[in-house]
Structures are given as structure tokens and as C-alpha cells.
Design a protein around this ligand. Structure first.
Ligand SMILES: [Zn+2]
Length: 145
């Protein structure tokens, strides 16, 4: 059995723009938010300059409860570059976000045996503070029942 680990924080390099900065500002406070069109209500992640439904540029940043389900995932068991060896296996995943329509977030599933991870698994957000960067990265662990 192997526990799903975290990618090394020193490899995390945040790059934001006008459309993504509010997500990371909220994340720094450990708040998970999603971009919702300010005109038609369509959820969109990642946030884009124009709503794909109505072309509006208005965004309402909507707070979420941090719950979701695993939509898709993969298990990485080999280091693709140096520095990863101690962080295997890790599990990149696409998470369907509760309360956010069809919006999904690419993240990692952590702190669970990889053999237990499955599509549809209920998860909840946990926050990994990145040392020295003033930012936190949302990851997901099995939801408490
Ligand atoms: Zn819209």
C-alpha cells in the first residue's frame, strides 16, 4: 500500500493574471472560490476573459464549501525529473466542485492510500501553504463522513 503524497512545494511557481488573481487571493486565506458569470450565472474554471455562454466579462467570485468528487485521476509512480523521488506516488486529479455546476479544478488527491482512490470519491479541500510565497495550494483528501 502506498500513500498519495504531495508534489514538492519548492517546485510550485505561481503565475497569475487579471483573471486568476482573485482565486489565489482567496486561496491565501484558505477559501475556495469559483468564477461565476456575473450576467448568466455560468460557472467557469479556469476563469477566462469571456463567458463561453454569453461573452460577458463580469465575474462574481463565489465561495464554495470545499467539497467535491474525483472526476478523473492518474497515479504518478516514477520521477519525471530530479527532486521528485521522495514524493512518489502522487495523484494529479480533476475534481468536480460541489456547488459549482460543471466547473472542475485540477489538483491532487493526498493523504489516502492510492488503491482507495476512485472516480466519484467524495473529497474535501485541504490547503498547503507554500513556504516563502504567501500562497496556498488547494489539494483534496477523502471527505469526512
Ligand atoms: Zn455568462
Amino acid at each position: 500500500m502506498a500513500l498519495a503524497k504531495r508534489p514538492p512545494p519548492e517546485l510550485f511557481k505561481l503565475s497569475t493574471n487579471t483573471w486568476t488573481q482573485p482565486f489565489w487571493d482567496a486561496a491565501a486565506r484558505h477559501a475556495l472560490v469559483v468564477a461565476r458569470c456575473g450576467d448568466c450565472g455560468h460557472f467557469r474554471m479556469p476563469p477566462t476573459p469571456f463567458c463561453p455562454c454569453c461573452q460577458s466579462q463580469r465575474i462574481d467570485w463565489t465561495p464554495l464549501d470545499g467539497r467535491g468528487t474525483v472526476y478523473a485521476y492518474t497515479i504518478v509512480e516514477r520521477a519525471i525529473f530530479a527532486g521528485m523521488e521522495a514524493h512518489l506516488p502522487y495523484v494529479p486529479a480533476v475534481i468536480s466542485l460541489h456547488g459549482a455546476g460543471e466547473a472542475r479544478l485540477i489538483s491532487n488527491v493526498v493523504d489516502v492510500e492510492v488503491a482507495q482512490i476512485h472516480v466519484g470519491m467524495p473529497v474535501q479541500v485541504v490547503w498547503d501553504d507554500v513556504p516563502g510565497q504567501g500562497v496556498a495550494v488547494p489539494r483534496f483528501q477523502p471527505a469526512e463522513v
